[in-house]
Design a protein around this ligand. Structure first.
Ligand code: FAD
Ligand code: SF4
Ligand code: SF4
Ligand code: SF4
Length: 500
């Protein structure tokens, strides 16, 4: 308890206040559910006793902080912007403050208002600089006045996400669930109600439960070297790159940047394993794998457009001290949520690098087969490559033939759940890689933080990658921003309706 009281976050509070807040924290439904199910959780063995207590301790700390913050927020009469709150609560880590606001808002304790202002910005339209109107959203917060019949909102098991048709089958909830109550594959999800202890951890970390888009922008406010774009999120730099490794050139999708960065990480023992996907026994049906050598790594190169619940195997990677994960944007967001909620203590401390892909949509394996048969009159086994480029879906056949159809003709085959996805460029990765914006054989690269930038520069220094500035190539960053903006604008709003 002394340790808790002495924490910097709590230094402005009296020991009595901290003790009272900690007492309230132990009533939090997530903490209670975990504590009461300690025996079942340890029997399952996903988390060791030490890990269990680390997670629980961190949750108690985070909830204590939330209680203290809420108590002070209730004394403030005005509605405040996030910046004002950061200044007022300067004893708190700003990112955790935002986390607390999001969590308390979801529970019904905080109200968020959105003031829209129109500002004039300079924009180049057809080469001519013009002043155009742009909406600016100003979010403000205040503590809710609670009625006598107020009941806090609890986070339900993710069957509510799946039944609302929103699950993007990333697999994250299944890896995290402390009692293994969730089974998820690339198309379906099932929660075993008998096993479920109603801890709501799956909901808090699910990319489709409550939004965290503000986190991306906030990162750029906390770090001056980062730039924020409404379209491609927060970034450090943007590049166009291609691999210098011949073996990767043979099997990669675009510039082979993803496999090259992974090779760098493995060879230099920065990580000891990688979670990626390879073809399963059914060609083009992806299977998540943990690889720890270059031979197996090379088998993962190339894009498989069918979805794969890659994150579900994360708990199987625990024997590795450091891992890197490759995944689509919804997976990057899932991991980000897991590192923020409910406590800021990650469930898997061995995740060292997140390499995010660009992704407009993905398909079920059945629909990929159908698409190839119906649109090209070909068998999936005859394909050596699929690609999306310049508004076309392209297939390359073993015969050497290349065929394409306009992208809009294949929209009907895409997964419905992808229509609820706003992120093209993996906002929450350390480094994002895609084809849009670069020439054939090259990849567009967005470094999102110092870690991603250092990795990319280290691979260049070792002669593994040839790189240019993305703004100096054609079509360049302009196109990435344009397509990313289109995806955000057409994204359907998320509503939990349970009508699947
Ligand atoms: C479903 C999907 C849709 C995409 N849509 C777009 C798009 O619209 N626009 C765009 O610019 N780029 C898109 N991409 C990214 C693009 O296809 C390339 O993956 C990216 O440019 C990296 O190329 P590379 O040569 O560096 O990758 P490589 O070195 O070939 O490595 C590819 C990596 O992708 C991983 N991977 C392959 N398939 C999957 C999958 N289904 N799920 C998770 N990981 C996978 C592999 O494990 C491997 O690590 C998409 C990728 C996927 C998986
Ligand atoms: S965490 Fe992923 S797999 Fe689980 S419900 Fe959410 S979207 Fe679906
Ligand atoms: S299914 Fe969700 S709510 Fe139920 S035990 Fe697992 S993580 Fe907790
Ligand atoms: S479009 Fe979004 S939800 Fe669909 S696979 Fe890509 S990142 Fe996931």
């Amino acid at each position: 308890m002394d340790q808790l009281i002495q924490k910097t976050e709590f230094k402005n509070y009296s020991p009595k206040d901290v003790l009272e807040a900690t007492y309230l924290a132990t009533k939090n439904f997530q903490i209670r559910a975990l504590f009461e199910a300690k025996k079942e959780i340890l029997e399952i063995g996903k988390y060791t006793e030490q890990e269990f207590y680390h997670i629980l301790d961190a949750m108690i700390d985070a909830e204590t902080e939330r209680q203290l913050f809420l108590q002070d927020l209730r004394k403030i009469k005005e509605v405040l912007k996030l910046d004002d709150l950061v200044r007022k609560f300067s004893n708190l880590n700003p990112m955790y403050l935002l986390r607390d606001i999001i969590y308390l808002k979801e529970q019904g304790y905080i109200e968020e208002s959105n003031e829209v202002k129109i500002k004039l910005v300079k924009k180049k339209i057809k080469g001519v600089e013009k002043e155009v109107e742009q909406e600016e959203h100003i979010f403000k917060y205040k503590a809710n006045k609670l009625d006598a019949d107020f009941v806090e909102r609890i986070f339900e098991p993710v069957s509510i996400i799946y039944n609302s048709g929103l699950c993007c089958n990333c697999g994250w909830c299944s890896a995290i669930c402390p009692v293994n109550a969730i089974v998820v594959n690339s198309d379906e999800l099932k929660v075993d109600e008998e096993l479920c202890i109603k801890c709501g951890l799956c909901f808090t970390v699910c990319p489709r439960s409550f939004p965290i888009e503000r986190v991306s922008e906030f990162k750029s406010q906390l770090n001056e070297s980062l730039t924020f774009s409404e379209k491609i999120g927060t970034y450090l730099n943007t590049y166009s790159g291609t691999t210098n490794i011949d073996q990767i050139k043979k099997s990669c999708q675009d510039g082979g940047i993803v496999t090259t960065l992974l090779e760098y990480l493995l060879k230099n023992k920065v990580v000891d394993a990688i979670i990626a996907v390879k073809h399963s026994e059914d060609l083009w049906n992806p299977k998540a794998v943990i690889v720890n050598n270059l031979k197996d790594l090379y088998k993962t190169a190339g894009t498989k457009y069918a979805n794969c619940a890659s994150l579900s195997i994360l708990d199987q990677s625990k024997q590795y001290e450091g891992i890197a994960i490759v995944g689509v944007p919804c997976m990057m967001k899932a991991i980000e949520k897991g590192s923020l909620f409910p406590s800021g203590y990650p469930f898997f401390t061995n995740i060292k690098y997140k390499i995010g892909l660009f992704c407009m949509e993905s398909f079920s394996y059945d629909n990929i087969i159908k698409l190839v048969e119906e649109k090209f009159d070909k068998n999936i086994e005859d394909l050596v490559k699929m690609n999306i480029d310049k508004g076309k879906f392209i297939i390359n056949l073993k015969s050497g033939e290349e065929l394409d159809v306009p992208l809009k003709e294949i929209q009907a085959y895409a997964r419905e759940t992808c229509h609820f996805c706003e992120d093209l460029t993996s906002d929450f990765a350390d480094i994002s890689v895609g084809s849009i914006g670069s020439q054939a054989g090259w990849s567009s690269v967005i470094t999102r933080n110092e870690k991603g930038e250092e990795l990319y520069q280290a691979a260049i220094k070792d002669g593994l990658i040839e790189s240019k500035d993305l703004t100096e190539v054609k079509p360049g960053r302009f196109l990435v921003e344009k397509i990313a903006g289109i995806k955000r604008n057409k994204c359907k709003p998320i509503k939990l309706t349970e009508n699947k």
